[in-house]
Design a protein. Sequence first.
Length: 178
Amino acid sequence: MDTLIGKYHLHPIIDHFTIALLAAGILADLLAYLVSSRLGHRSFNAGALADRLSATAPTLLIPGAISAILSRFTGESEAERVWDTISPAAQHVLFSETGISSLFSHAVLGSYLMYIFGSLAAWRVLVEISPKLKRFQPAYFAVAMVALCALLYQGKTGGELVFNYRAGTSHEQTASQH
């Protein structure tokens, strides 16, 4: 499986789906909430739009959470493949064992995000099943927005690994000399 992941560069492909699905799902849910709370009772069209957006959110969040799991496992495989070829600075971005940077290293953050987005997707499904849970939507949105920011930060660190340090590319050796 590791050969397949490396040969076809599955990690960055899956990551883009993860980011797009989760971001679109959270933003659709937030927009539905805002439209419903601001305009939903005043306009039939606004209420219908809010309902459609709200129904769209779990449709995006569930595959996004599954994609986050795949991102985590393909990322682990990719890290194992390139670890010995990347510079110490790139290794620090990918995985750090010291202080606060360990919480925000690319690999560790990926593990946390996999669990967080899985939990958020489950939370959102539970809201669909039990409308009584809608009263906790502000907490859901707070967690979801922090998680989305962390996901975007993780995407930034992944971009740094590729574009600044050439991790996983055929130009790794020249980048490790920086």
